[in-house]
Design a protein around this ligand. Structure first.
Ligand SMILES: Nc1ncnc2c1ncn2[C@@H]1O[C@H](COP(=O)(O)OP(=O)(O)O)[C@@H](O)[C@H]1O
Ligand SMILES: [Mg+2]
Length: 388
């Protein structure tokens, strides 16, 4: 049997003590000779009243507290949706934080707008592996046009192990001295070979390894290749020649920002050694807005005005078609929105960042072809003036 609740127990004991009737016997306990007392409102009644009023008070208090702070009524009840502005602010800040994370440069996710280029590079690499033929590809394009992101994505997709192929990715920014490149390559491609002491022998050993029938196929990706060229152009000549040599088992992919790297840095490269070329065009307005929107969840979209995305994509496409800059502008606009306690990232926040950062009208932000066109016009104008 259930034990009585504290209140019931209390009532029960009071009834036993104070009631004119004994609850058990039904006898009256009136004192002899004393006039029958008019039973006052029994104190327990007051008590009961008091208890109830306390109870009501506390119930009301709890309800008010629940409404204000979103507490739970009991296990089965859900939170009330009435929240204070502080809570709303916290939620907004939380979503703005998520937007910033989604717009970060790391983990770009699906690479949109580069499907054609990605397919061509993938086919180039896999065909060369199957044909067991050394070759080279030079990928150029303005900064932020997705060269590194695309190539990294392709590397992840190709099952090199299955193709019995080795791959090495080197960002040439991290190569301190270009003469160390051969020891670096030997260590990565052929760790079983003892690296000779002199650069000349290192180069010779690497050539031997790359042209040996016993070697597997090797894919070498040199990102920011122009960094290597500015220090020692000979290394780049050698590597392109090695990739093109007979029996070569190296597929060399060089990536650089300069459109004219081959003409400027490798003018004397024999025609037979010239790499295949691919240029990554600046992103268009549609491509930039697509790659931004792809990163946003519906929740994030509630805090990011479509016009803000549009303005960012339009301005960046007109300047350089640089995805890195577009993401950077929107990320910083999100920061400003948070700082201003704004409910949404608005067009004004994007404009603020653009005005702070990209007000330079020197033309340095223009795509390469547009810069060339402007220079040509200036030259032409000067010549016309000279003649007249
Ligand atoms: N197509 C794309 N889809 C998604 N993110 C992209 C895309 N292109 C570029 N990005 C983003 O922009 C950043 C810069 O691109 P990146 O490939 O490094 O440019 P590049 O190598 O041409 O200078 C990347 O880290 C990535 O986050
Ligand atoms: Mg890059």
């Amino acid at each position: 049997m259930e034990s009585p609740s504290p209140r019931k127990r209390r009532y029960g004991s009071r009834i036993e003590q104070n009631s004119p009737k004994n609850a058990k016997t039904g006898d009256c306990h009136l004192e002899a000779n004393s006039p029958p007392k008019r039973m006052p409102l029994s104190p327990n009644k007051f008590n009961i009243q008091d208890d109830r009023s306390n109870e009501i008070d506390s119930t009301i208090k709890k309800t008010i507290s629940r409404n204000l702070f979103g507490g739970r009524r009991n296990e089965n009840e859900t939170n009330l949706s009435i929240v204070t502005p502080k809570k709303v602010r916290q939620k907004t800040d939380e979503i703005l934080g998520k937007i910033k994370a989604a717009l970060s440069l790391e983990n770009p996710g699906e690479i949109l707008g580069r499907e054609k280029e990605a397919k061509e590079i993938k086919d180039f690499v896999t065909d060369a592996i199957k044909d067991e033929m050394g070759c080279s590809l030079y990928i150029s394009g303005q900064p932020g046009t997705g060269k590194s992101a695309t190539i990294n994505n392709i590397i992840d997709q190709i099952n090199f192990k299955k193709l019995k192929t080795q791959k090495v990715f080197i960002n040439c920014m991290s190569v301190e001295n270009s003469s160390t490149i051969y020891s670096n390559l030997l260590e990565k491609f052929a760790p079983e070979i003892t690296v000779p002491k002199t650069v000349r022998w290192q180069k010779s050993k690497f050539s031997q390894f790359i042209t040996s029938d016993d070697s597997p196929m090797n894919v070498l990706i040199l990102d920011e290749m122009d960094q290597l060229s500015s220090r020692n152009e000979k290394v780049l000549y050698d590597l392109f020649e090695l990739a093109a040599s007979s029996n070569s088992r190296m597929i060399l992919i060089g990536i650089a920002n300069g459109l004219d790297l081959l003409e400027r840095v490798l003018p004397n490269l024999p025609k037979s050694c010239k790499p295949n070329q691919m240029n990554f065009q600046p992103y268009t307005f549609q491509q930039i807005s697509t790659l931004i929107k792809a990163r946003l969840t519906p929740e994030m979209n509630t805090k990011l005005e479509p016009m803000a995305i549009m303005m960012c994509a339009k301005k960046i496409a007109a300047m350089a078609g640089d995805a890195r800059k577009a993401l950077d502008v929107l990320r910083r606009a999100t920061e400003i929105a948070g700082r201003d306690k704004s409910e949404k990232v608005k067009i004004s926040h994007v404009n603020e960042v653009l005005n702070q950062t990209y007000t330079d009208r020197s033309g340095a932000e223009l795509p390469f072809h547009q810069q060339l066109a402007i220079i040509s016009f200036i030259k032409l104008a000067k010549e016309v003036r000279k003649r007249s």
